[in-house]
Design a protein around this ligand. Structure first.
Ligand code: ADP
Ligand code: MG
Length: 778
């Protein structure tokens, strides 16, 4: 006997078959008719007879209609099938009267829970009723169809129903006792085995009718199930043949207990109020809150599960994007920026005097930024581009535009080393246009600091470059119009807000050299507009990346000697500064000694994070002036360093680094028109997955590709320190897969202009309670 879902699916199947072969319409009615007859009992049980008759009356005259009417009729038929699905395969909202509980009721007060289990459930992030309802099962078991013992195949997981015919016990040894029951369902015999569970004898007496759900095995011609789930039945009609959820578990909470707990909680679903806008549900054809929650906890059909899961994706991303866009709109609404008067004469002069031509991507980004700066609402834009793609050039041009309009600019970078480097370069470039530039970092002498602050206040400085110090409270500007934040990854939504809420509303440009896949950019930076530089300056050669076992180091050394002879320079990178007892890895200090011996004709420098920043600067300066030929370092050189003649990088223990980090490191070479090389060395016994991952990395030079690969391997949670960035751990949305949904929802919210909806904001607070930054921003 077929069940309802199969009947409807069969009807759909018949239609698609016929659609593919439009000529044979005569056959469609008999197929439907026989399906209806075959399923009569089931149709009756579900009061579906009337609906089925209606459908048959649609189908019957099909082959007599002219072709265009046939197509029309067929479309009607399809709509009717969708109606059928919604009517019979999805739970309808019912009004059941059970005691309504507060959603925040501590889970320990629920029957079957208590203090001890309540604490265990916290491991699953379940603290109250609400959390429990939003804990999705990890899978479902379809127990709607009873399989006969005769028909069951080896390895199949299924439900059987039969009578206990026999029982015997086998004592294998002191610790192990097996109890075997023979079950007869009229088509065959199956052995059901339990291990050390004596109490089961009290339930499964001779002639008891019982349902078993488990995996069938064939052993020496006998069919067997080991420790299946079972349910004792008075008679066969009492069978609870439903789809049963399988919940994620934590030690101390069994599947059975979890189901019992959820059974207590599930009636609360019917008291929940919808918070998604009606129009949103209609637009995307989603289930309402009662339907979608029953759809995972007490599904009526697999269609019901599927529809629910899709709805939850929409729901989850709706809440997230709402939170983000709500804060964005707040910024736009409450803060008036400056509408800047930029005619572009100055930047034109500057661009014409560059000794290179801007790439199209750079031009595009510049125009987007300029248009933002002309608008009255403050700019809030992310400039994304691979290492070396020329973001700094775009920043400089924007600073010039801002200067031309009569405003001061601030450029903020994460470290003082980098601040100095940028200062030296940018000051030189912008002096020609009469832009007065100063540096302000932690180590700036007090007297000088005071002078700089005074000048900023008087408007005698046009551009200030520095670390966080430049936006501290005691720094005042005469007319700050543009803040550029380089390497944004330490700068989340909330910090941007606090910066803006200080009172003035300058334009903000955030630059990142960590290319982020488009999906992530959309979710992460929903509050930012995004410009992408997806094109490298011409003439750049790709860095050749070579994966090597560390047995091969001697050849690499020889290779480097050749490069050094050509006046080129090299990096060696290690994961550790010094020897560690915890892990046996090469470290920068020891290797510095070794490499100095191997390359005794050259100067070998050492750089690591424990050095004072003055020392670090000194080393970098020497490397930059080629007084040092080889630099042995940890990852401190990761950001921003520009050494055009560095053509080789050796990264030892490459498997210890994330791909995005490797890409950042690799970006330190290949910064000129010379061919550069990156050797990744690992021990020869790395896992197959690691090897595949590093091989994929070696084949890809494009930062966007690398970050996509990285994201795939690591999963969104670990890709970035989630909390810090305000991306919650999504339960339903997969940000690597669900790009289309994310875009649709974002667009919907942007256009719909729903702001500050109390119900929605309340829901966001419950759902993303662990993402403090996100919560603070709304
Ligand atoms: P990013 O900040 O994106 O890492 P930079 O702006 O520091 O990149 O640029 C890297 C190098 O490339 C710099 O030396 C810069 O002068 C140069 N450069 C920038 N744009 C171009 C271009 N369009 N053509 C050639 N060289 C460029
Ligand atoms: Mg840069």
């Amino acid at each position: 006997m077929k069940h309802v879902e199969e009947i409807i699916e069969s009807m759909e199947y018949i239609i698609t078959l016929k659609e593919k072969n439009m000529k044979n319409w005569e056959e469609i009615f008999p197929s439907f008719n026989s399906l209806a007859r075959e399923s009569y009992k089931e149709l009756k049980k579900f009061n579906m007879i009337e609906d089925m008759k209606k459908i048959l009356s649609y189908v019957k005259p099909l082959n007599m209609l002219p072709p265009e009417r046939q197509t029309k009729r067929l479309n009607n038929l399809k709509t009717s099938l969708i109606d059928l699905k919604n009517k019979y395969l999805i739970s309808q909202t019912t009004n059941i009267k059970e005691n309504k509980l507060n959603l925040f009721t501590d889970i320990k007060y629920i029957k079957h829970v208590g203090t001890k289990r309540g604490n265990l459930l916290k491991n699953l992030n379940i603290e109250n009723i609400y959390d429990a309802l939003y804990t999705a099962p990890r899978d479902w078991e379809d127990r709607r169809k009873v399989k006969t013992i005769y028909n069951i195949s080896d390895g199949e997981t299924a439900l059987i129903v039969g009578k206990v015919a026999n029982m015997d016990e086998v004592n294998i040894n002191k610790g192990l006792k097996i109890i075997n029951f023979s079950i007869n369902d009229g088509t065959g015999i199956m052995t059901i085995s339990f291990f050390n569970q004596d109490y089961i004898k009290n339930y499964l007496k001779k002639d008891t009718i019982c349902a078993f759900y488990g995996k069938a095995e064939y052993n020496f011609g006998q069919k067997q199930m080991k420790s299946p789930d079972f349910q004792i039945l008075e008679n066969k009609n009492n069978l609870q043949n439903k789809i049963i959820p399988i919940y994620p578990l934590t030690s101390g909470i069994s599947q059975n207990i979890m189901r019992k707990i959820m059974k207590q909680i599930n009636p609360q679903i019917y008291y929940l109020e919808e918070f998604l806008p009606d129009k949103f549900i209609k637009t995307f054809n989603l289930l309402n809150i009662n339907q979608r929650l029953t759809g995972i906890h007490e599904p009526k059909s697999s269609y019901h599960i599927k529809k629910s899961l899709i709805t939850f994706k929409y729901e989850e991303i709706f809440l997230f994007e709402y939170a983000i866009l709500n804060s964005k709109k707040k910024i736009k609404k409450h803060l008036k920026g400056y509408s800047k008067n930029i005619n572009g004469e100055l930047s034109k002069i500057y661009i014409n005097n560059l000794n290179f031509k801007l790439t199209n991507a750079q031009k595009r980004a510049h125009i987007e930024i300029r248009e933002d700066m002309k608008k009255e609402s403050p700019m809030n834009r992310l400039l994304q581009g691979d290492v070396g793609s020329g973001k700094t050039a775009v920043a400089e041009i924007s600073i010039i535009d801002n200067f031309e309009a009569g405003f001061q600019s601030a450029l903020m970078v994460p470290t003082s080393v980098l601040a100095k480097q940028q200062y030296q370069k940018i000051k030189l470039n912008l002096e020609k246009i009469n832009i007065k530039t100063e540096l302000l970092i932690g180590e700036t002498k007090e007297k000088e600091k005071k002078e700089i602050k005074d000048k900023l206040k008087n408007g005698e400085i046009d551009l200030i470059i520095g670390t966080h110090a430049i936006i501290q409270n005691d720094v005042e500007f005469k007319k700050l119009g543009l803040i550029i934040i380089d390497e944004q990854h330490r700068f989340g939504v909330n910090q941007r807000l606090s910066l803006i809420q200080k009172g003035s509303s300058p334009d903000i440009l955030v630059m990142t050299a960590t290319p982020i896949p488009r999906t992530l950019a959309l979710t992460l930076y929903g509050d930012l507009d995004v410009s992408i530089i997806d094109e490298m300056p011409s003439g750049r050669k790709k860095v050749k990346t070579i994966l090597n076992s560390d047995n091969n180091l001697k050849n690499i050394y020889d290779f480097i000697k050749d490069e050094l002879k050509k006046e080129n320079q090299a990096f060696f990178i290690y994961p550790l500064i010094e020897e560690s007892e915890a892990i046996d890895l090469k470290n920068a200090k020891d290797m510095h000694e070794q490499i100095s011996k191997i390359f005794s004709d050259y100067n070998v420098g050492l750089l690591h994070g424990k050095m004072k920043s003055v020392e670090k600067n000194e080393i970098m300066e020497k490397f930059s002036k080629k007084e040092i030929n080889i630099l042995v370092s940890t990852t401190v050189i990761e950001v921003g360093v520009d050494i055009p003649d560095a053509t080789v990088m050796v990264i030892e223990h490459a498997d210890r680094f994330g791909l995005s980090q490797l890409h950042q490191l690799r970006g330190r070479v290949g910064r000129s028109s010379k061919q550069s090389y990156c050797f990744l060395t690992t021990s020869s016994n790395i896992s197959k997955e690691t090897k595949t991952k590093l091989t994929q990395f070696s084949a890809n030079n494009d930062g966007f590709k690398v970050s996509e690969i990285d994201l795939k391997w690591r999963g969104p949670g670990k890709f970035f320190g989630t909390q810090q960035h305000g991306i919650p751990d999504f339960k339903f949305i997969d940000i690597t897969e669900d790009l289309k949904i994310i875009e649709e929802v974002k667009k919907y919210i942007e256009q719909d202009n729903i702001l500050d909806d109390k119900k929605i904001i309340q829901e966001i607070k419950m759902r993303f309670k662990n993402s403090t930054e996100l919560i603070k921003a709304i």
